[in-house]
Design a protein around this ligand. Structure first.
Ligand code: C5P
Length: 225
């Protein structure tokens, strides 16, 4: 069976960056499951969802044509059909929309198989909120990455600033706290560490040190040499 490393945690914990670096270093595939929830929100707002709101979003989740590519400058490019929606997908407002649609169980179900299909040899790094608890419960290595709320808000702020779209740090802190609360208290697949996950607190840790820690944990489990 294809080995999966589950990397879960709240927004701004650094799991996106850590997952990308791990996938690159190991030559494994990468699943950015948050991007799929974001894409549902983007596709629904672009195409509109006539009729029942939840059923409309489920249809979008089932039918959307998505491609993840590397842009000519080495960054990411996300295509919905033939349209480049990268900036829309990464906007903070889309994160809020994604967190709203992600609380609907039917939308989560609609994305389940799509996420599992990312598991292909030689292995998969799966980044999200419920990778270790729901989508890949048998993953041989599960990481739950956290950091203090202040540090997470600051990291997110810097990320958005690099893309030229940060608002105020205080507003972002509030939005992140709201999103984390919704993600942790929803009835399906709430954000929480799997019982067999390693909790890594990355507050004050450089990203390379977090990657090293995961590499050590995988080595100890004979996932790689
Ligand atoms: O990680 P990212 O910020 O892109 O995720 C956006 C939102 O998608 C999260 O706030 C969460 O509500 C939802 N999500 C989820 N389960 C996942 C990944 C993301 O519910 N596995």
């Amino acid at each position: 069976m294809t080995p999966v490393v589950a990397v879960d945690g709240p927004s701004g914990s650094g799991k996106g960056t850590v997952s990308r670096l791990l996938a690159r270093r190991l030559g494994w595939h990468l699943l950015d499951s948050g991007a799929l929830y974001r894409l549902v929100a983007v596709a629904a707002s672009r195409g509109g969802v006539p009729g029942d709101e939840v059923a409309g979003h489920v249809r979008v989740a089932e039918q959307m044509q998505v491609r993840f590519e590397v842009a000519p400058d080495g960054g990411e490019r996300i295509l919905l059909g033939e349209v480049d929606v990268t900036a829309d997908v990464r906007a903070e407002q889309t994160g809020q929309g994604a967190s709203r649609v992600a609380a609907w169980p039917a939308v989560r179900d609609a994305l389940m198989q799509r996420q599992r299909d990312f598991a292909r040899d030689p292995g998969l790094i799966a980044d999200g909120r419920d990778m270790g608890t729901v989508v890949f419960p048998d993953a041989p290595l599960k990481i739950f990455l956290t950091a203090s709320a202040d540090e997470r808000a600051r990291r997110r702020y810097n990320q958005l600033k690099d893309k030229g779209s940060a608002g105020s740090l205080a507003a972002l802190s509030r939005e992140i706290a709201e999103r984390d609360l919704r993600d942790s208290t929803r009835s399906v697949a709430p954000l929480r560490p799997a019982s067999d996950a390693f909790v890594v607190d990355s507050t004050g840790m450089p990203v390379e040190a977090v990657v090293e820690r995961v590499i050590e944990l995988g080595r100890a489990r004979a996932l790689w040499r």
